[in-house]
Ligand binder design. Sequence first.
Ligand SMILES: Cc1cc2nc3c(=O)[nH]c(=O)nc-3n(C[C@H](O)[C@H](O)[C@H](O)COP(=O)(O)OP(=O)(O)OC[C@H]3O[C@@H](n4cnc5c(N)ncnc54)[C@H](O)[C@@H]3O)c2cc1C
Length: 448
Amino acid sequence: MSKREYTLIGAGLAGSLLALLLVRRGASVRVFERRPDPRSVGYLGGRSINLALAERGLHGLRVAGLERTVMDQAIMMRGRMVHELGEAERFMRYGKDDSEVIWSVNRGRLNTSVLQAAADSGAQFHFDSALESVDFEHRELCFGSSDGVHCRAQFDCVIGTDGAGSALRAAMLKVADLGEHIEWLGHSYKELEIPAAPNGGFLIEPNALHIWPRGGYMLIALPNIDGSFTVTLFLANEGQPSFAELKSVDGVREFLAREFPSAVPLMPAHQQDFMRNPTGALANLRLDQWHIDGRALLIGDAAHAIVPFHGQGMNCAFEDCIELDRLLAEHSDVESAFAEFHVRRKPNADAIADMATENYVEMRDSVANDRFVLLKQLERSLAGLHPERFVPRYSLVMFHRIGYAEAQRRGRVQWQMLEDLLSTATDLAGIDYAEAERRIHSELLPLL
Ligand SMILES: Cc1cc2nc3c(=O)[nH]c(=O)nc-3n(C[C@H](O)[C@H](O)[C@H](O)COP(=O)(O)OP(=O)(O)OC[C@H]3O[C@@H](n4cnc5c(N)ncnc54)[C@H](O)[C@@H]3O)c2cc1C
């Protein structure tokens, strides 16, 4: 059988990992990337310096043999440190112990490590090559470089790993109805920074994801290995308060000082950061179709970009790579592999989009709500008593690899149980644990 040839568009997180997996299977892989080579000019990421890495992403790195390289530079986040206005900070653990944690990793370092491994294994990378158009009939791609030079390349099959603003998706939409829906959240984000302490240490607890919940909006902070924290403000586009209102330095200073008085003294450059850094819009992208027969397929953010509130976009994109690599190896023809990939991954991509959107409300609002805290306490208690059946939805998403759709389904059953058990109780002492056990055994199968 002749060697399969794949052309990938985008050497980001998904593109680099997929290139590595495919080339290790003996395929010929070319990757065209819009940006310059991050190994020679540094990583020009432009957004979210650090990312939360969880079990699904870790699994991808494990399969690729890169877990150790990446984890050497990762910071453990054991739970949420909640900073409510005028109250002492409160820590809420994510899992049962330190075996259930998430990790803050540097996007640039992660991307460059995976890309280097793919190049070492034989994938060919072409940088400064932005996809501009596609002739699907004659299987020809057209690229442009920063100095205005255009070049063309023939393809056998092309895979779009070119992110949320995918040029391949735009080209596919010109020739096929992919059923594109973009759900704008009406909120955007802005990155700020808490620098390292003068001695290079951390100014706040490093092993936590910090949240300053304020109802309709919030600030979060993730630690970096150099002692700094990447801080992100999530806020509505319009209304009060909103990005539309925050146009002047004075307005920004007043808003942040009023709403986040404990965070502002940690961010000496917050006004400059706010005025200088771009405001990123937030949306979920859904497509009814991810491929055009065996010629073109979209994966990762190009197929299903999601809002970042579950920290799962990259984790999900890595899962895509593992599944696609497996299906391409199993199927004798690419078209049926692409079709099965879509059937298997689409319900999961839809489920994580829903759960990520719900998590925004949980992070910015519910974590500061007494009833929600009580529901979470009961959830922990039942998870401790019935660990093989009752696993909190957050844990199913972050620390397990069961499908997102199944995590969503089990999560709904469990949340209803919690609501029912707490409908007649005001604290954990009032819970009917015998009834809880009966329902858990009748409604939840053991997790395999
Ligand atoms: C604020 C924020 C925070 C986030 N936090 C997390 C988190 O904590 N955990 C998590 O799992 N996910 C997180 N995500 C999501 C995560 O960043 C994405 O899901 C992930 O980057 C998707 O990987 P990808 O390879 O599909 O796309 P990308 O990483 O965006 O890579 C796309 C690549 O394609 C290249 N490209 C684009 N256009 C072209 C073109 N025309 N021609 C050639 N190349 C092109 C780009 O330069 C880039 O290298 C976050 C996202 C945001 C916005």
